[in-house]
Design a protein around this ligand. Structure first.
Ligand SMILES: Cc1ncc(COP(=O)(O)O)c(C=O)c1O
Length: 370
């Protein structure tokens, strides 16, 4: 069989190792997974309650327009109903935006070590990605990206997860806003910028504007968010994009009609009202970030400053071995972390923040490896 070259060249997305697989392979009973930036508190209880009630109607197809959830999101974000597009996770919105803007041969500009869904979604659709080098402090180099956008007339899209995963680093307003002003002028505003704020609720940096305020200032910017992180609903697969009505109308035509399940619609909406859970999730993450960063400093394990719910730690400097080895040693102790060799960073291990008890176990394991 002959497949398109861009399909043959595809490298699969590498997901976090599942708990059950680790139990099977390593014969460990109790496994803690801090590998996929999930919420360690579990799912929003209000979401679970609402979905349990909604189960009785599972014979029905979901509301294809996502009416109630989109209305709630529009209110929450201070935009109109027409500006909200739902996706099967924000990953699907990434894919839909690429499909809406690009034809095979077009280009997307982003940085090395960008969240992997971007280049994969592009490649699936025959779109190549131009990666610029990160700055020395592992941040997106917006100047280098701007040069590439100007130079290549087939660039249609720019992807900036802020903060990025797996690095956790971010671009401050002082760099992002002038960059967006420049991009807006290129080829009559036909280059679109995706700002991905999957971790927005965790952000503490003072020099990051509310993404929706940015969105409102620029015609060529979309903002993505997800229910997979702060709301604890990674398994439900619900995310959304905020985009201008004309673009949204095209994306609505490109997506499949029932891309978000009925449980997804109901669960996500209930999760948004779960203020106690949201507050607790933020508090647990802040405390965990503090504990873990203090530990890494004390233990001499270098890490990147992070605005998410995870840290990227340097295992070569911290333990004298590559992350893939630390990963295996930790699996034997019943802990799943995430080596990021597929991001071109073999010395780095991504460690999601857990509950206080989970963090303690993680620190003990790291201490054993020192
Ligand atoms: C930067 C970034 N964007 C998007 C996503 C995907 O989220 P979703 O589960 O909504 O598809 C992730 C998930 O880890 C992420 O790190």
């Amino acid at each position: 069989m002959k497949y398109p070259e861009y399909i043959e060249k595809l490298k699969p997305y590498i997901a976090g190792k599942p708990i059950e697989e680790t139990q099977r392979e390593y014969g460990v009973k109790h496994v803690i997974k801090l590998a996929s930036n999930e919420n360690p508190l579990g799912p929003s209880p209000k979401a679970v309650a609402a979905m349990t009630v909604a189960m009785k109607d599972l014979q029905l197809y979901p509301d294809a327009s996502g009416f109630h959830l989109r209305h709630t999101l529009a209110k929450h974000e201070g935009v109109t109903f027409d500006e909200v597009v739902l996706g099967n996770g924000s990953n699907e919105v990434i894919e839909l935006l690429i499909r809406t803007f690009c034809i095979p041969g077009d280009l997307m500009v982003t940085s090395d070590s960008v969240f992997a869904a971007y280049p994969i979604s592009a490649r699936i659709q025959g779109v190549d990605t131009i990666f610029t080098r990160m700055t020395q402090d592992y941040r997106f180099d917006l100047k280098a990206m701007l040069t590439q956008i100007k130079k290549n007339p087939r660039v249609k899209l720019v992807a900036i997860p802020n903060p990025n995963n797996p690095t956790g680093t971010y671009v401050p307003d002082s760099e992002l806003i002038p960059f967006l002003r420049e991009v807006e002028k290129i080829r009559k505003g036909s280059v679109h910028v995706i700002l991905d704020y999957a971790y927005w609720e965790y952000v503490t940096a003072k020099d990051m504007a509310d993404p929706i305020e940015l969105y409102k200032q620029f015609d060529n910017v979309s903002v993505l968010k997800t229910f997979s992180k702060i709301y604890g609903l990674g398994g439900l697969r619900v995310g959304y994009g905020v985009m201008k009505p004309e673009l949204a109308s095209y994306v609505q035509k490109v997506r499949m009609p029932f891309n978000v399940s009925s449980l997804g619609l109901v669960g996500a909406q209930a999760a948004m009202t779960d203020t106690n859970f949201i507050k607790k999730s933020i508090a647990v993450n802040r405390a965990g970030m503090k504990t873990m960063s203090q530990f890494y400093r004390k233990a001499g394990i270098p890490f990147l400053p992070s605005q998410g719910n995870f840290f990227l730690i340097n295992t070569r400097q911290g333990f004298g071995i590559d992350a893939s080895e630390v990963f295996i040693e930790c699996l034997k102790m019943g802990l799943i972390f995430r080596p990021v060799v597929n991001y071109g960073m073999p010395e780095w291990l991504r460690v999601t923040i857990g509950t206080a008890a989970q963090n303690k176990i993680a620190m003990r394991a790291f201490q054993k490896l020192k």
